[in-house]
Design a binder for this molecule. Structure first.
Ligand code: NAP
Ligand code: MG
Length: 479
């Protein structure tokens, strides 16, 4: 790296994780073989090393899992909330106890820096279970004067960018409200979900309350279409979200969709610039930009654009990219070959469309999937790199002159998941938050998450909220 300060390697030990050669599907409280006998290999994207063979659930397996969840539902839904809370609380405690092993496993299977899985993914996953353990016996306070009934079997499909955390976002509220679950992790990152299945066994969760089936898109599609599924919670691409929407049309299935984003991170001329630079870096390079709410469009006020970009480029040169298990690493590996090629294609489009490319100098490892931190300046609103989700470490920079123009440009997108505002002026923050069409607006910070704070989108970013009291609504019928 271009930094004049060298760091000695500081790799986290992998001794704490025990990866098996092959896994089973977790159905009815047991690990079982897939009925079709098909397995796929899951790899470490930083080394391309094969980690384990993962079963592919076919239609029969989906059927078995939904049946197991349906059978478990009758008892689970009738348990007093305080009893359900004890299981959820135990899960939270075991996640905490195993936090080091889970963080290492997440980093090995997904490519994200260990400091992120250690300090964010795993602690937040535990926090979601703690938080929802607290709701389980207080649903009458969540919905005063109304009765909250669970829906039944929840089909939950999650992506590869925050595997354990997205699992927690989905499973914790479902269990707290008395639903049972069939969850499908993403094909490239199944290992922490399977480790979670073992945690369910360990805490004595009644068999069938949580089922975890692995496989690719076809497994997810079969799960969504199963007639005995009552609720679908999906996080992933807008394209698959639309497919799910079509599949449930005319059914009584309840759906929440958390899809893509193209968030504006807006910096006004009075903003504390060094702080804003940290927020921009965190906004787009956190988790290699594989973040649905990433601040992928920087909107900077024209009067400070040059100064801010100078600072940002200097900061880029100090980012450490490489071994995700190294505790000093800022940017890890791209999650898959497929995602890397998508990023490369869109960056190529940006160059062809005439935007100016800037990349910090860095040595990329020979094996694995890597992409350097990238900034595009001279971007116009019609460019594809200003409109489409790249889902990689690529920032598109646009400028504005007035507050009104900032809002107009920020809202000029088919998405509406998140936004960031950087200014010293409190009234402007409130005015912006009022006018930005985004589910979350961060002020003088970015990418902050808390289980008590609802998260979700406008427009093609999906609908429904996850987290907080609002997140419970997606899992209950209110009478
Ligand atoms: P994706 O295909 O939407 O994957 C999300 C989940 O849905 C995965 O578990 C996936 O399984 C499953 N799935 C795929 N096709 C399905 C179908 N027809 N019915 C039901 N489930 C299905 O997303 P991706 O292919 O991993 O990534 C593509 C793009 O989506 C990314 O480049 C990014 O722009 C966006 N994305 C957004 C988020 C987010 O947090 N909002 C997360 C991830 C990706 P497989 O893993 O086996 O395909
Ligand atoms: Mg896919």
């Amino acid at each position: 790296m271009a930094s004049s300060w060298g760091y000695s390697p500081a790799p986290e030990s992998t001794d704490t994780v025990d990866i098996r050669d092959d896994y089973g599907l977790f159905i009815g409280g047991r690990f079982v073989e897939p009925s079709g006998g098909e397995y796929v290999k899951t790899i470490n994207p930083a080394t391309e090393e094969v980690l384990a063979a993962i079963p592919v659930a076919d239609d029969d397996d989906v059927d078995r899992a939904v049946d197991a969840a349906g059978a478990a539902f009758k008892k689970w839904a009738r348990l007093p909330g305080a009893e359900r809370a004890k299981y959820i609380f135990r899960i939270a405690r075991v996640i905490q106890e195993r936090s080091r092993a889970l963080a290492v496993l997440e980093t090995m299977n997904g490519g994200k820096p260990i400091k992120e899985s250690r300090d964010l993914d795993v602690p937040l996953a535990a926090a979601h279970f703690f938080y929802h353990a607290g709701w389980a016996d207080k649903l009458e306070f969540a919905f005063p004067g109304r009765k909250a009934e669970p829906l039944g079997v929840a089909a939950q499909i999650i992506p590869w960018n925050f595997p354990l955390l997205m699992l927690a976002w989905k499973i914790a509220p479902a269990l707290a409200t008395g639903n049972t679950v069939v969850l499908k992790p993403a094909e490239t990152t199944p290992l922490t979900a399977l480790a979670f299945a073992a945690i369910c066994q360990e805490v004595g969760l009644p068999p069938g309350v949580v089922n975890i089936i692995t496989g690719a898109g076809a497994t997810g599609a079969a799960l969504v279409r199963h007639p005995d599924v009552h609720k679908i919670a999906f996080t992933g691409s807008t394209e698959v979200g639309k497919d799910i929407q079509r599949a449930v049309a005319g059914t009584s299935k309840k759906v929440t969709l958390e899809l893509g984003g193209k968030a504006a991170n807006i910096v006004f001329e009075d903003a504390p610039l060094d702080q804003a630079v940290e927020g921009i870096v965190n906004g787009i390079f956190f988790n290699q930009g594989h973040v649905c709410c990433a601040g992928s469009r920087l909107l900077v006020q024209e009067s400070i654009a040059e100064r801010l970009l100078d600072k940002l480029k200097r900061r880029l040169a100090t980012l450490k990219m490489g071994d995700p298990l190294d505790k000093n690493t800022d940017l890890g590996a791209i999650n898959s070959r497929e995602q890397l090629s998508k990023i490369k294609t869109l960056v190529g489009v940006g160059v062809d469309e005439g935007a100016e490319l800037y990349q910090a100098e860095c040595d990329l490892p020979d094996r694995g999937f890597w992409f350097p931190p990238t900034i595009f300046t001279g971007v116009s609103q019609s460019h594809r790199i200003a409109r489409e989700e790249i889902f990689g470490p690529v920032l598109s920079v646009l400028t504005f002159r007035t507050v009104e123009e900032a809002v107009q440009k920020a809202n000029n997108t088919t998405f509406g998941l998140s936004a960031g505002v950087w200014t010293e002026k409190g009234s402007r923050i409130l005015w912006m938050a009022d006018h930005l069409k985004a589910g979350v607006v961060w002020a003088n910070t970015f990418n902050r998450f808390d289980p008590a704070s609802p998260f979700g989108g406008y427009k093609e970013s999906g609908y429904g909220r996850e987290g907080g009291r609002h997140g419970l609504e997606g899992y209950v019928n209110l009478t």
